[in-house]
Design a protein around this ligand. Structure first.
Ligand SMILES: Cc1cc2nc3c(=O)[nH]c(=O)nc-3n(C[C@H](O)[C@H](O)[C@H](O)COP(=O)(O)OP(=O)(O)OC[C@H]3O[C@@H](n4cnc5c(N)ncnc54)[C@H](O)[C@@H]3O)c2cc1C
Length: 414
């Protein structure tokens, strides 16, 4: 199967420009259709929403603005330049608004912005059009049309989010293992909102965020960091807004799931010979904090580079390898919380990582471990927790949830 696609793409590259279909025109799809591909291929992008009405379900914080090929101006949707995220750990939701947190720490970020992501995507799509990409917005690709596209195009990039259209077409939407459930909305404040983004841990609930877009506007949301889910998400969100002193959103925008990487067997990121999955479709968003924009763009750039080099068959392996450090760290961070649900312990970890960069706490496990090792009692305590030890072993032996899903499928003959 791999050889077929490599021959197909290479032979076309040698004689004429390959025809590439990109399904889904959010960050993952736009990044695939971007300069890297447009330079050597004829690209058609299909997006089911119109960019003028596009809605995104996201906190809209971009931690690596340089991966988006637009000037970071308000006209392009980059609203609030941020230099850090403030993390606050509270013992529980049962507290008054004036209670002090157990810990407050800062994670620095060099290229951070809170954005209007719908504007970023509209301007990015305009840029692609000017570079010759055929952008078909307001075009939902049905399963039937998907099959025609797979036959017609040399390469198909599935950037349709989770669950991916290609998995829907194969009746395999259950192939993803695990998710984070989140709810968010924009709020308008009567008085100034804080300039810096806040991420708040409040006991069992998981986390709550306030990402300011301007003096008076912010994106607020809650995400489930543990398996325990609130009975009523909007009431949980309102409660968190009250405790944190920000306005309640007027209405619920919807409850979404964030796939938590690696939630999909890498084998599934290459399908039907010429279909490759990127971004959320590939199940690579961060398992701990739910970030997925940089991850989607990185996966798209990797795919484009490999196609250009005639090595596209390496994509599933290379994607997994490039994400592995992040998978490991997110699994460990999540493990500390899930294994103990002890806010004091989480606060100690938060204090230990104070001042590290977002890259460190996302993709550099050894930076985090080195920080924790400066606190021998904390290190001993963490290593004394069976759940943390087993996650350490799993993470460093590449044992992921999709392995057990695969084993279960094999056992049932699926
Ligand atoms: C509540 C919430 C908050 C989040 N906050 C952040 C954050 O602050 N920062 C961050 O980095 N990440 C955040 N994430 C994660 C981030 O939103 C995703 O990881 C990211 O959007 C993935 O991008 P993508 O392009 O792969 O997929 P998506 O953003 O899911 O885009 C898929 C696109 O495909 C289109 N599409 C789907 N099906 C079809 C079809 N059949 N035909 C045509 N088009 C189709 C959709 O309309 C959509 O535009 C958050 C996620 C959630 C749920």
């Amino acid at each position: 199967m791999h050889c077929t696609v490599v021959r197909r793409v290479i032979s076309v590259t040698a004689t004429t420009r390959p025809r590439v279909a990109v399904l889904g025109g959010a960050v993952g799809g736009l990044a695939t259709a971007a300069d890297r591909f447009a330079a050597f291929a004829d690209v058609t992008l299909f997006e089911r929403q119109s960019y003028d009405d596009k809605r995104v379900n996201c906190g809209e914080a971009i931690t690596e603005s340089s991966v988006v090929p637009l000037a970071t101006t308000p006209e392009n949707g980059f609203l609030n330049r941020i230099e850090g995220f403030d993390l606050h750990v509270y013992p529980s939701t049962d507290r008054d608004a004036m209670a002090s947190p157990l810990a407050s720490t800062t994670i620095t970020v060099d290229e951070g912005f809170v954005t209007d992501r719908d504007v970023v995507e509209r301007r990015w799509a305009d840029r692609l059009r000017r570079r010759g990409v055929d952008v078909c917005e307001g075009t939902n690709v049905s399963v039937g049309r998907y099959r025609e596209i797979v036959d017609d195009f040399d390469l198909v990039v599935d950037a349709t989010g989770q669950p991916a259209l290609s998995l829907k077409a194969a009746g395999r939407t259950g192939a993803y293992t695990g998710d984070v459930v989140a709810l968010n909305a924009d709020v308008e404040a009567a008085s100034e909102t804080p300039h810096r983004p806040d991420i708040v841990f409040e006991g069992h609930l998981g986390y709550f965020w306030v990402f300011p877009k301007s003096d008076r506007r912010a994106n607020v949301g809650i995400g489930g960091a543990g398996e325990e889910r609130p009975d009523n998400y909007i009431e949980e969100l309102w409660g968190a807004c009250d405790r944190f002193g920000v306005p309640r959103p007027a209405r619920e925008d919807g409850i979404y799931t964030i796939p938590r990487g690696p939630s999909l067997d890498p084998e599934h990121t290459h399908r039907n010979g010429n279909v490759f999955l990127v971004g959320d479709a590939a199940g690579i968003a961060n398992r701990y904090q739910g970030e997925g924009i940089s991850q989607a763009i990185r996966s798209s750039s990797l795919l484009a580079d490999l196609v250009k080099q005639g090595r596209v068959a390496e994509y599933p392996r290379r994607l997994h390898e490039s994400m592995r450090a992040e998978y490991r760290l997110a699994t460990l961070m999540r493990g500390v919380w899930e294994s103990t649900e002890d806010p004091e312990l989480l606060a100690s970890v938060a204090r230990a990582i104070d001042g590290l960069g977002v890259e460190d706490v996302t993709r550099r496990p050894w930076r985090v471990i080195a920080r924790i090792a400066r606190h021998p009692r904390l290190l001993v305590r963490l290593l004394g927790i069976a759940g943390v030890r087993s996650r350490l072993v799993d993470a460093y032996t590449d044992t992921w949830e999709y392995d057990s899903a695969r084993r279960a499928e094999t056992a049932t003959g699926g």
